[in-house]
Design a protein around this ligand. Sequence first.
Ligand code: DOR
Length: 430
Amino acid sequence: MTRMLIRGGRILDPSEDRDEAGDVLIEAGTISEIAAGLDVPGAEVLDAKGAWVAPGFVDLHCHLREPGQEYKEDIASGGRAAVAGGFTAVACMANTQPVNDDPAMTDFILDRALHDSPARVYPVAAATRGLEGQVMTEMVALVDAGAVAFSDDGRTIMDSGVMRRVLDYSRLVAAPVIVHCEDRTLVSDGVVNEGPVSTKLGLPGNPAVAEIVHIHRDLLLAEQVGAHLHVAHVSTAGGVEAIRRARERGVQVTAEVTPHHLTLTDEATLGYDTNTKVAPPLRGEADVRACRAGLVDGTLDAIATDHAPHALHEKELDFASAPHGLIGLETAAAVVLDLVRSGELTPLEWVRRLSTNPARILRKSGGSLAVGASADLVVIDPERRWTYDPVKGHSKSRNSPWAGQTLTGRVVATVVGGRLVYHVDRGILV
Ligand code: DOR
């Protein structure tokens, strides 16, 4: 039986409110013991002195681009980027080519993931056929094939009648509906947050209210039908507040926020760097503050990357023409450690938002180091400094606003199902 001993780390397990020094023993793919001073002859030892040992991160929101756009990313490269970033599981969005709106496509993604990806992959199926916002997909068949949630991410379902029906039927399969809230008529041709920055840049603005209107609508519809609504990439103070109020009145809503919306403002776009062009756009200071406060008080449950790879030739266009999106799997943990350093989150609460809460939202195992749980875990050195170079990263794409920056905090090792799949000094190991 293979045994691994992760020795001497600070163990952070939100599922058991555990924050203490100790050793973790893994046997036959599961956590078999946690105690101080374990001595297990014959076990492979991973030194975690000075590091945190936590359940593996679970990304609620990424784009793996396979099938159809493998020049940007595929399930293998996205899976490698995931484990290099400490993610042991990722939920991938349906805006592939063709769209994941059919059980055969969900099955294909799962099959590819099984063979190619060191991280677990959970397919999110489209809510409407072709992401066209008109005809619902066959939710029961998609869930039977392995879909974990439904979303037309990248496009907003503009027809409220269709949206209500999607929410209504989602109750039958007990899967969340993940919504991308941007009213297309209000976004219009906006490419950057509407405000002083869009004026300075001379680019059309995308107003905060485009997001807020749709968050309100979807909260009302979810409330009316009693469905689980999950709001993707919240970026506005008004959106956070709407979710907070809905929670208070008992609406079944969960929400996520991205590392970029937590740490960058629209000022980052002032140099016309297309790697800062994202949907929804980077917002102003007050919105960033509200997103951080929402994450801290639990209104926003989880941090999700919205890892959205695009090729160099696509991003090397003028700002208005380049596609939206930035990559984030490999930098997410380091970027959001900022919230621990600032004192806004304790390390345990930080892990809860990257691991335990997203696993709960997807109704998947993970997010726990309880004895008997599958050994999906991450070792992080919160002090290690490194310079991020996307060229040396594992994603096929390079569209990161953090390229060339020195970050503090690094994933040292990632274990999936008891297998060491990534080590910072040895690279990807499968
Ligand atoms: O910036 C984004 N890029 N936002 C989305 O919702 C979609 C994504 C993509 O697929 O590139």
